[in-house]
Design a protein around this ligand. Structure first.
Ligand code: AMP
Length: 354
């Protein structure tokens, strides 16, 4: 599939933005509105009621039974000169094979998003980039400190657990395999549990300006781990922590630490070019634990927009203001990049789509 062949038939003056109705869709639609681009929303029937509330943001609805039916409407989307903006639900709902091969231009590097769904590959990229990561264990290793055990895919922290016992890891993973939650024991990641302050750094790599922008930071609010500190009986009742993301909170970091944040963003982009050409394009996130004022450990990345950027919809993030001197948030930033590329011509569009 050659994306260039598809966009050659596009009218660059009449591009539209297509998105699956989930995750950060509202933000992307609003961003397209702010940049005067047309919007297409692909929506599953049972979500329609919610998204119709925001029909002021949508030029056309495409109603599907399941998101993976997007393959049945690609011709219609292409007639609209559509560029699909992927988000955290895209690979998970559409399926990686379908996502990789959809004959429609996608903003960003699709392959990076596939790497992201493998716990092992994603840590390899971070490690080889020279970014500080938590220690990793194999199932044969002796466990010498608390670890967090993670399952593959963007499951939002579901089924993760913390332990310092190798026996417990083996027992629980075997149960996951038996009940079909995990296909293969090798897919599970056993990672040092780092104690500090979690911060999720939102970046945008811009091929149009050839720079990495720090567009915002959030903290995830997770149940029940974030509820436990409000539970007075914690010493008396044993409760297993869980890590299911339910919301996000804005945060800024001490200014001197922006240095290490920016450095990590640049290292990430550079290594991604070598391992997964053409490398990171547009939004990505380094999910991190800040240990002290010069020590940031990154425990995973997202190779596309993260839902934590939703906290800045409309009014922009503090850092967005510094670069743009106007309300700039991730959904809008994506659409701004597309708009500039369209204005500069097809060769530029090629730099931001795969
Ligand atoms: P993830 O799906 O990898 O983002 O993990 C879900 C949640 O588990 C994170 O938001 C953190 O709260 C926590 N977490 C994941 N990895 C680590 C780690 N290595 N050390 C401490 N906390 C972690």
């Amino acid at each position: 599939m050659n994306i260039l062949d598809i966009i050659r038939n596009y009218s660059l003056k009449d591009i539209s933005i297509a998105v699956l109705a989930s995750h950060s869709a509202l933000q992307i639609l609003k961003g397209a509105r702010d940049e005067n681009l047309r919007t297409l929303l692909i929506v599953e029937k049972d979500r329609l009621e919610l998204y119709e509330e925001f029909s002021n943001l949508v030029d056309k609805f495409f109603i599907v039974e399941k998101f993976r039916d997007i393959t049945k409407i690609v011709d219609l989307l292409r007639k609209e000169n559509a560029i699909l903006i992927p988000h955290g639900s895209s690979v998970e709902y559409v399926g990686s094979e379908t996502f990789l091969n959809m004959p429609i231009p996608v903003f960003g590097n699709r392959k990076l998003m596939i790497w992201e769904s493998s716990q092992k590959l994603k840590m390899k990229l971070l490690r080889e980039a020279g970014i500080k990561v938590p220690k990793e264990y194999s199932i044969e290793d002796e466990i010498d400190r608390p670890v967090i055990v993670k399952l593959p895919g963007a499951k939002g922290g579901k089924y993760f657990f913390i332990t310092n016992s190798r026996e417990e890891i083996i027992r629980r993973i075997e149960n996951y395999v038996k009940s079909g939650i995990v296909n293969n024991i090798e897919d599970v990641l056993i990672q040092e549990y780092v104690i500090g302050v979690p911060m999720y750094f939102h970046y945008f790599y811009s091929p149009m300006f050839n720079r990495v922008e720090i567009l915002g930071i959030d903290i995830r609010y997770e149940t029940n781990i974030d509820g436990l500190k409000r539970f007075p009986l914690i010493d008396k009742v044993s409760v297993e922590p869980t890590f299911i993301v339910v919301g996000n909170i804005p945060v800024v970091i001490r200014e001197k630490m922006l240095q290490i944040v920016l450095k990590y963003g640049k290292m990430f982009v550079e290594k991604s070019r070598e391992l997964i050409p053409p490398g990171a394009i547009g939004p990505f996130c380094l999910e991190s634990i800040v240990v002290d004022d010069n020590n940031v450990v990154v425990f995973e990345f997202s190779g596309r927009i993260v839902a934590g950027t939703n906290i800045y919809i409309g009014y922009g993030s503090p850092y967005g203001w510094l670069y743009w001197n106007e309300p700039m948030y991730m959904g809008r930033r994506i659409c701004r990049e597309i708009k500039i590329a369209c204005e500069r011509g097809i060769r530029n569009l090629e730099l931001i789509l795969t």
